[in-house]
Design a binder for this molecule. Structure first.
Ligand code: AMP
Length: 602
């Protein structure tokens, strides 16, 4: 007998989920379904995203709702539009063989009249994001007096995003007799408080240890110098030949800059952040889902609710400000029973943060070494050879050309041909990786690299010299600037002498530099409305909070925050003509483009 039937799910639904490939219940389903099916209890389920939560609450709902009635009986609140659509779609799929099931997805950024029309036609299940739900309640367009079940999905995310008050207001519209089912990946005290305030003796279930990451995720970290970060990141990507990843940054500016740099280096990448319109966001997500993008560069907020299966790597280009967010990030991989890697690029000072995360997820990180150039070359060559070995041959199309191809190769042995094929790529890689250094921090230290100092040096460097102001500029070592280049650029743009410029602290995608207080305005004026290689140059005073490349108006905080950091992109054109090439290189040699391969970065 089908194990879902055993759990008490009806045949029609079992048939539908079997078609979806559900053979046996996931652990959360196995535990939660029998409890929820009674319909008698409030419920708290601690489970990561991707564990099958939707069916864990969705299947019982389909058993408990009376579909002969056409009023809302279940309300599911979730943090994002994507998740909202996904849940509604999943429920419709589960209910494919049940008659008269009406589910509506209610979310912001879409036409409200369509949603209102669907509600008027009669629905039993409302899946909603809190903001739009309140809007509809405010219009008195929905009647929740017969709601029997409220599901709070990804409750921790909803609270993180500042929906607490909205949730309170929505819940007050529903009858006291309803049952509340709460799902959350983590259990911070705010979520605990919801459970206490809105639930009566909830049944509590945990899949895996509390607040623990998915067991199928391996957690790795690499210790590198801050200025090598981008190069190290690229090396890891190059080494992971089948990578399909999400790269997390702390700010929207960082996402844009990393994505731009990657695109210039020939990778298929794009950024996802809070300032995109819904349409832009959908476009990026579609490309990612279709795998036209190999790397999605995202902020924490923007990546919420991303439900793409098969993500192989989550890359923490910057660790999250809130360590709790690490769980949400890493949960984007290893979905639906698959395995995945969550890796973090850290400098020596951030190792403590890794230890704190280990405590939260109850799992140890593995320290990894940035691959050496030779290892990357070998891996890439083998991957290419494998591709050649396994390529599908279109006999019909290729046959007419074979005689001439064969003729051109007739003086070569099989071994020669293989060598030549391999050399085609090998020469390219070799050229690219020539003189590529060992990027592991300890090796850089051994090499006597003083570019980035150790812990104490860093701190010293950060204290601003007397009479100077520390400024931020969004150009850095990825633009292949040396400190000398940067000094020249600043002096030229601001028309000041080199003596006016103090310490220059180059980072990957940006630089901190000191300028005499009296000349700060000149620097702002000089860079106003300028561009470097088509990119708007931005200069800002580096506030306390910006240190370490952190939060400059990014969207890592509350949900309604936006804007900030980005200045107007005014016309004007400072073309950065000090250097002729325009490529972002990020420490590795760069600039070449492969013409034939889809992975065109070499
Ligand atoms: P969820 O956590 O609900 O977003 O589910 C994550 C993914 O796992 C989705 O693609 C589901 O379709 C899939 N899934 C959920 N339950 C099962 C199951 N019992 N067997 C196979 N796949 C499942």
């Amino acid at each position: 007998m089908n194990p879902f039937l055993d759990l008490g799910i009806r045949h029609e639904v079992v048939n539908a989920i079997t078609e979806m490939g559900f053979e046996k219940p996931s652990p959360i389903q196995e535990k939660a379904i029998p409890v929820l099916l009674t319909g008698n209890d409030d419920f708290v389920g601690l489970a990561q995203t991707g564990t099958g939560k939707t069916a864990a609450f969705g299947l019982p709902l389909l058993e408990l709702i009376d579909f002969t009635q056409k009023h809302p009986q279940a309300l599911i609140l979730c943090p994002t539009r994507e998740l909202c659509l996904q849940i509604a779609k999943d429920l419709e799929k589960f209910a494919k063989y049940i008659d008269d099931v009406h589910v509506v997805a209610v979310y912001g950024g879409a036409n409200i009249s369509d949603q209102l029309r669907q509600i008027r036609r009669g629905v039993q299940i409302v899946v909603a994001t809190p903001g739009r739900m309140l809007d509809i309640i405010g219009r008195k367009a929905i009647d929740f007096s017969n709601v029997k079940y409220v599901v709070l999905d990804e409750a921790d995310e909803m609270l993180n995003m500042g929906f607490q008050e909205d949730i309170n207001n929505i819940l007050s519209e529903t009858p006291d007799t309803k049952k509340t089912w709460l799902f959350s990946a983590t259990m911070p005290k705010e979520v605990r408080r919801i459970a206490q305030n809105y639930m009566t003796n909830p049944q509590e279930l945990t899949v895996g240890a509390k607040n623990t990451g998915n067991v199928n995720i391996e957690h790795h970290y690499y210790v590198i110098k801050a200025r090598d970060k981008y190069a190290a990141f690229k090396r890891i990507v190059d080494y992971s030949t089948d990578i399909f990843g999400i790269v997390f940054c702390r700010t929207k500016i960082e996402t844009q800059e990393i994505a731009e740099a990657l695109v210039r280096d020939g990778y298929n990448a794009d950024s996802l952040h809070g300032d995109l319109s819904q349409q832009q966001r959908d476009k990026v997500m579609k490309r990612y889902r279709d795998r036209s993008l190999q790397l999605l560069i995202a902020t924490d907020v923007a990546a919420r609710g991303i439900d793409v299966n098969d993500v192989t790597h989550v890359i923490n280009f910057s660790l999250p400000d809130e360590v709790e967010n690490y769980t949400h990030r890493s949960g984007r991989t290893a979905r639906a029973g698959k395995t995945g890697i969550s890796l973090s690029l850290v400098n020596v000072k951030e190792i403590g943060k890794i230890r704190r995360i280990e405590k939260i997820i109850g799992k140890q990180f593995e320290k990894k070494q940035i691959p050496q150039a030779t290892e990357v070359i070998e891996k890439q060559l083998l991957a290419m050879m494998n591709k050649i070995h396994n390529v599908e041959i279109n006999e019909e199309k290729i046959t007419p050309y074979l005689p001439s191809i064969m003729e051109s190769m007739q003086d070569l042995s099989k071994e020669d041909i293989i060598k030549r094929f391999a050399s085609l790529e090998f020469n390219r890689f070799l050229d690219y990786y020539q003189n590529a250094p060992d990027l592991n921090a300890d090796a850089r230290e051994r090499d006597g690299d003083r570019g980035e100092r150790g812990e104490r040096g860093e701190r010293r460097e950060r204290s601003v010299s007397k009479g100077f102001t520390r400024l931020f500029i969004n150009l850095g070592s990825v633009d292949e600037f040396s400190r000398g280049d940067m000094l020249g650029l600043i002096c030229d743009a601001a028309n000041i002498s080199g003596k006016s410029v103090g310490k220059i602290d180059m980072k990957g995608v940006f630089t901190f530099f000191e300028v005499q207080d009296a000349d700060v305005k000149k620097v702002f004026d000089g860079f106003q409305g300028t561009e470097y290689n088509g990119r708007a140059v931005r200069v800002e005073v580096s506030g306390e909070e910006t240190r370490g490349g952190g939060r400059r108006g990014g969207d890592s905080g509350g949900r309604r925050r936006s804007g900030g950091g980005d200045r107007d992109r005014k016309g004007g054109s400072f073309r950065g003509d000090r250097r002729s090439s325009g490529g972002f290189g990020g420490g590795e040699r760069s600039g070449r483009r492969q013409s034939s391969s889809s992975r065109s970065r070499y």
